[in-house]
Each structure stands twice: as C-alpha cells, then as structure tokens.
Design a protein around this ligand. Structure first.
Ligand code: ATP
Ligand code: MG
Length: 192
C-alpha cells in the first residue's frame, strides 16, 4: 500500500490537495472532518457527540477518532492505499495509526505538511465561512481552532520528523503549483 498523511493547520488546503492526490495515485481519501460532518447531518448518536466538540472548535476525543480509523482501515484493505486528511491530529492518534497500519504489514510513506502563515489561514477560513455554512468557520471559533492546532496537533510533526517522514510543502500559491510540489515529493519517494 501507499499511505500518505496530509498535514496542516485548519484552512491549509488539506481537503483540496487530498482530492487531487487521491485521483492521481488511486488512493482512498479519508477525511475525518467530512466523515464527522456527515454523521452530524444524519443526526446519528456519534454525530450529536461530535457536534458538541466541533461547533466549539475542540477536537473530538481520541477514543472516538481511533475507533473510526480502525473501522475505516479494516473496510478498505483492498485499496491501493490511503490519503489521510485530518488524521492524526494528536500524538495518541499518530501512534494508533502506525500500530493499525503496522498490523496489516503496512505503514506511512510520508507526511506532507502544508505550510501556511496564520494571517492567510484566518483570511481563507473567514472566506470559506461565508459559503460553507460550517458552524466552526466564524472568527471566534477559527481563532480557537488555530490555538488547538498549535497546542495539540503541531507536536505531531515532531513525531514524524523523528521517523524521517516529514515533507514540508509551501502551502501558499496556486492549487496547481502546490499540487506539483506534492507530486514531485511523492514521486521521489516511489522512485526510490
Ligand atoms: P482543512 O480546512 O485544512 O480541511 P479543518 O480543520 O478546517 O481543515 P476538518 O479536518 O474538516 O477541518 O475538521 C473539522 C473538525 O472536525 C475539527 O476542528 C475537529 O473538531 C474535528 N476532527 C476532524 N478530524 C479529527 C481528528 N482526527 N481528531 C479530533 N477531531 C477531529
Ligand atoms: Mg478539510
């Protein structure tokens, strides 16, 4: 399998680039944010719990997220690989991901970290909020989500840096140019 993690702050463009990566390499796109929003929309038990965290800009507890991930991996073992978007967001999630993939004789090939400055992130999220209808795309929640990102999620980078798996990509620029840099990084990897 070819498994890739796309990493970055809220608004860094993970979703947009993941779709392009999934298409180019035939990978299964796993967006935990989208999965959770679907649960909220369907008003499931999980959706109700998730909403109480997401609408305030908090992370959904690890226990719930890790169970969701486990389930997804189990159901998609016939795929060429995964592009994980929005997971892992904490160190326990990173360790769980390594463990679950390892159990299936696989692992993470690389973690693509989209680097975007804070001002640009806020600007993009406010703009998205006007059309997304997302409960967490308003100024107050955006600022809180960024704090949560810097405190709880950014340390995940160090975890992968130690494994020599971190690839930094400049996340400011055109969607095409950013994708080209990502493609180059992935091709370098698979060419050996
Ligand atoms: P981007 O704009 O780069 O796609 P995002 O942070 O705006 O990123 P999502 O990845 O869609 O959006 O996540 C939305 C919310 O869902 C998060 O703020 C969090 O509350 C919850 N969530 C998603 N994935 C996880 C996870 N792995 N662990 C905990 N909570 C999660
Ligand atoms: Mg997203």
């Amino acid at each position: 399998m070819l498994n890739i993690v796309i990493f970055g702050a809220p608004g860094s463009g993970k979703g947009t680039q993941s779709e392009l990566i999934a298409k180019r390499y035939g990978l299964k796109h796993v967006s935990t944010g989208e999965l959770l929003r679907a649960e909220i929309k369907a008003e499931t038990e999980l959706g109700k719990i998730a909403d109480s965290f997401i609408s305030h800009g908090n992370l959904v507890p690890d226990e719930i997220m890790i169970e969701m991930l486990e389930d997804l991996i189990k159901k998609n073992l016939d795929q060429k690989g995964f592009i994980f978007d929005g997971f892992p967001r904490t160190l326990p999630q990173s360790m769980a991901l390594d463990e679950k993939l390892g159990k299936n004789g696989s692992g993470i090939a690389t973690v693509i970290s989209l680097e975007v400055g804070e001002e640009e992130l806020i600007e993009r999220l406010l703009k998205r909020g006007k059309i997304s209808g997302r409960s967490d795309d308003n100024r107050q929640t955006i600022e809180f989500r960024l704090q949560v990102y810097y405190q709880q999620t950014e340390p995940v980078k160090e975890y992968y840096a130690k494994q020599n798996k971190l690839t930094y990509i400049q996340g400011k620029g055109s969607i095409d140019d950013i994708f080209k840099s990502i493609e180059e990084a992935i091709n370098n990897l698979t060419d050996g």
